[in-house]
Design a protein around this ligand. Structure first.
Ligand code: WQD
Length: 340
């Protein structure tokens, strides 16, 4: 069965392609390569033994999207990752973010609602803001977005929900990711941040390998067990598998509703200092870090209640924080030194 993966050369997309191929799906990737390289295709095919179909395409170009679908009438499902995702940049360039993230979604949904099929949307725990209760369930209120990026995720969910309401042939699931980290255990695909990483784990591994002099830990005066912020770090392979399970749910079972939302996390919160400890343990390296001021916009803690995904999808994250940090480190070694 043919499945379209938009943004399939990216971090989560590429891992999901491998898991889809492993389950026998035929994958078509579209990616505009604005934040990913075609070389990722080699990594994917050397893991799975199959080269996915690939088309370089910008999903904002409506005519080209329509023309693409005319050539691929047999696509039965879409996993939609392609989006701009830098929170800071979205504050600087809101229109770019609304255009990139919403136009692409709308054009894909136009096609899918005419043809009918499965649609999986990459959403984010960012929709909860600082939730009042931990762990966070899917029923926690959606808080006003902190950034245009976050707003595109909230609006994306609303567009999807409203479209599903009037389109019974469209069956969609929004997946709210917590903090995806790590890399494929083969170290053939992983995260490739452009420039200075904004996220914690790539900053740690780049500091560990000497590319950055030290990590700044943003604040140690939060009301948490060691004063640093708490997040739910989930191994990207666990996250990728959840997409396949969600797709199979839509394709194989009769859902009560044609629009569902699931949290994807481990259910366990870790502080920044615990992530550093884990890195030091698995790498055998001491990490240079210093405590600096809080980063504006950071929330104190966010970790998932995963009961709904466990119960309904039958999915549970398997990897520990140490597993994920080890894979992130192996990947860093591989890309900087050619070791595997
Ligand atoms: C994690 C923790 C920082 C860098 C991201 C996305 C968000 C959503 C979830 C996708 C925080 C601390 C970080 C550094 C640090 N995902 N930190 N020094 O902020 O939870 O959010 O994932 O939609 O949109 O932005 O992730 O990795 O940036 O930070 O101390 O150099 O690490 O303060 O506590 P965050 P992050």
């Amino acid at each position: 069965m043919k499945i379209l993966v938009t943004g399939g050369l990216g971090f989560i997309g590429s891992h999901t392609v491998v898991e889809l191929q492993d389950k026998g799906f035929e994958v078509v990737i579209v990616d505009d390569c604005s934040n990913a390289s075609e070389e990722v295709l080699e990594g994917i095919s050397s893991i799975s033994g199959q080269m996915p179909i690939f088309e370089k395409l910008n999903l904002r170009e409506k005519e080209r999207v329509q023309e693409f679908f005319k050539r691929h009438q047999d696509i039965k499902g879409i996993i939609h990752f392609a989006a701009s995702k830098a929170v800071g940049e979205s504050v600087e360039k809101p229109l770019l973010y609304y255009e990139n993230n919403l136009h692409s979604l709308i054009y894909l949904l136009k096609w899918m609602s005419e043809k009918g099929g499965a649609f999986i949307f990459s959403s984010s725990c960012t929709v909860y803001g600082q939730a009042d209760e931990m762990p966070i369930t899917e029923d926690a209120p959606v808080k006003p977005a902190e950034s245009p990026y976050g707003n595109t995720k909230q609006m994306g969910e609303e567009i999807l929900r409203d479209t599903c309401t009037v389109t019974p042939e469209l069956k969609a699931i929004a997946l709210r990711y917590f903090n995806p980290i790590g890399a494929h255990p083969s170290a053939k695909i992983g995260e490739l941040p452009i420039g200075v990483p904004q996220n914690l784990v790539p900053f740690i591994t780049q500091t560990g390998i000497g590319l950055r002099p030290e990590l700044s830990v943003f604040g140690n005066d939060y009301p948490t067990r060691d004063g640093t912020c708490v997040r739910d770090y989930i191994h990207v392979v666990d996250l990728a598998r959840a997409h396949v399970v969600a797709l199979e749910r839509i394709l194989n079972t009769k859902q009560q509703s044609n629009y569902e939302i699931f949290n994807l996390g481990t259910g366990k919160g870790s502080t920044v200092l615990e992530v550093i400890d884990s890195f030091q343990k698995v790498s055998g390296k001491e990490l240079n870090y210093k405590i600096v001021d809080r980063r504006p916009g950071d929330i104190t803690e966010a970790y998932a209640d995963t009961t709904k995904a466990n119960r309904i999808l039958g999915w549970k994250a398997q990897s520990t924080l140490d597993d994920a940090m080890r894979s992130a480190w192996d990947w860093e070694l591989k890309i900087r030194r050619g070791n595997s």
